[in-house]
Design a protein around this ligand. Structure first.
Ligand SMILES: Nc1ncnc2c1ncn2[C@@H]1O[C@H](COP(=O)(O)OP(=O)(O)OP(=O)(O)O)[C@@H](O)[C@H]1O
Ligand SMILES: [Mg+2]
Length: 347
C-alpha cells in the first residue's frame, strides 16, 4: 500500500547539516494500523511528512498503491494527496471558522453543490459524534472534540490513508483512549490505512498491528507489535516497553530489599515471561504438581495484545534446588523466558 524505499532527508540549519531520516525502507500494508515510535528528534515527523511529500526526500521513492508519488508533477501530486489525510498534535483547525466550515474546507473547489457539501459535512460530523457542534468555533471545544473535528476534516476527501502525527499527545489518557477507539473504528469500518506516530508505547499497544522503532533517523526495529513486545532486540525498544510494563516494579522491590522479596532458604524468585502467542497451559499449577514445588505469585502483569496474552509473572518458588532446576528446564522448553532474580540459598 505505502512503500518507502531508501528514504533520506537532511536539513541545513545555521550551516549545520542534520540528517533527519537516513535510508529508511518500510512497507505499510493496506488496511493496517502502523505505528512509528521514537524519542524526540528521531525523525518520525520528517519520515511521515515524506509520505505525502510535505517534505521532499533527498533520495528514495515513495509509492502509494500503484503510483510513485516522487515522480508526479505538482498537479498530479495535488490530486494524489486527496488519498492521504493527516492530523496533528495541535489539531491545526482554522480558529475563525466554525466546525462546519473547517470540515467543509477540503471540499471546496471540487464542483460540489452547497447541498452536497452540507450532506457530506453532516455525515462526517456524525461519524465523529459531533453532530451538535456544527456551529461551534474551535475555541469552544475540548481537546478531544477538536481532534474529532480534525479527523472529520481529514476524511472529507475520502482518503485511503490517514497519517497521525502525535494526534493524542496533547490529550489526557481517557480522551486519548476515545480518539484511538475512533481511529480503530475508521480502520475497521472504512478500511482506511492508518499510520500513527507516537512516543508512547501505550498507544502502539492499544491499536497498532505493526510497529517501527526509530532512532537517530533510522528504523532500528520493526515487526508485528506482539513479536516486538515479546522479543525486543534493541535497547531502545526495551526502554519503551519498560515504560508500559508493571513487571519492572520487581527491580525496585529487590533494590529496596522490600519484605515482599525476603526469602527463606529453599526459595527462589523467578520471573516468567511469555514469548509466544500459544501460552494456554496452566503452567504454574503444572510445575507445582510435576516438580513438587510451591509457587507463590508475588505479582503478574499479563495483557492482551493482538488477541494473545503477553506479559509475565513473578513467583517465589519453594522446593529442592534440583526440582526447581527441573521446573525451569520444563518452562524453557515451552518457550517461557525464565530468570532467577533472587536465590534464598539451600536448606
Ligand atoms: N524543517 C526543518 N529544518 C531543520 N531541521 C529540521 C526540520 N525538521 C526537522 N528537523 C530536524 O530533524 C531531526 C528530526 O526531526 P523530527 O521532527 O522528524 O523528529 P521527531 O521524531 O518527529 O521528533 P518529535 O518527537 O520531537 O516530534 C531533528 O534534529 C530536527 O531538529
Ligand atoms: Mg515529530
Amino acid at each position: 500500500m505505502i512503500e518507502l524505499a531508501g528514504i533520506s532527508k537532511s536539513f541545513v540549519t545555521k550551516g549545520k547539516n542534520v540528517e533527519a531520516v537516513k535510508d529508511v525502507t518500510l512497507h505499510i500494508k493496506e488496511h493496517e494500523i502502523y505505528g512509528i515510535i521514537g524519542f524526540s528528534g528521531a525523525g518520525k515527523s520528517t519520515l511521515v511528512r515524506c509520505i505525502n511529500l510535505l517534505e521532499r526526500p533527498d533520495s528514495g521513492k515513495v509509492i502509494l498503491g500503484e503510483r510513485e508519488l516522487t515522480n508526479l508533477s505538482d498537479k498530479e501530486l495535488r490530486e494524489a494527496r486527496k488519498d492521504i489525510g493527516m492530523i496533528f498534535q495541535h489539531f491545526n483547525l482554522f480558529p475563525s471558522r466554525t466546525v462546519f466550515q473547517n470540515v467543509a474546507y477540503p471540499l471546496k473547489g471540487r464542483g460540489l453543490s452547497k447541498e452536497e457539501i452540507k450532506e457530506k459535512v453532516l455525515e462526517l460530523l456524525k461519524l465523529v459524534e459531533l453532530e451538535d457542534k456544527e456551529n461551534a468555533y474551535p475555541s469552544q471545544l475540548s481537546g478531544g472534540q477538536k481532534q474529532r473535528v480534525a479527523i472529520a476534516r481529514a476524511l472529507a476527501t475520502d482518503p485511503k490513508v490517514l497519517l497521525c502525527d502525535e494526534a493524542t499527545s496533547a490529550l489526557d489518557p481517557q480522551t486519548t483512549h476515545s480518539i484511538l477507539k475512533l481511529l480503530k473504528q475508521l480502520n475497521q469500518n472504512l478500511g482506511i490505512t492508518i499510520v500513527i506516530i507516537t512516543h508512547e508505547m501505550a498507544v502502539i499497544k492499544e491499536i497498532c498491528d505493526r510497529v517501527a522503532v526509530m532512532e537517530h533517523g533510522k528504523v532500528v526495529e520493526e515487526g508485528e507489535v506482539f513479536e516486538v513486545f515479546a522479543n525486543p532486540r534493541q535497547e531502545i525498544t526495551k526502554a519503551f516497553i519498560n515504560t508500559t510494563s508493571a513487571l519492572r516494579k520487581i527491580y525496585d522491590l529487590l533494590e529496596e530489599n522490600s519484605p515482599v522479596v525476603a526469602l527463606k532458604p529453599g526459595e527462589k524468585i523467578l520471573k516468567l515471561q511469555y514469548l509466544e502467542k500459544s501460552v494456554s497451559e496452566a503452567l504454574i499449577s503444572t510445575i507445582s504438581r510435576k516438580f513438587n514445588i510451591d509457587c507463590n505469585i508475588i505479582f503478574a502483569s499479563i495483557e492482551i495484545i493482538g488477541d494473545a496474552p503477553l506479559g509475565g509473572t513473578i513467583i517465589i518458588a519453594q522446593g529442592k534446588a534440583e526440582d526447581i532446576q527441573e521446573a525451569i528446564r520444563y518452562l524453557k522448553e515451552r518457550n517461557i523466558l525464565v530468570e532467577v532474580l533472587k536465590d534464598g540459598g539451600n536448606h
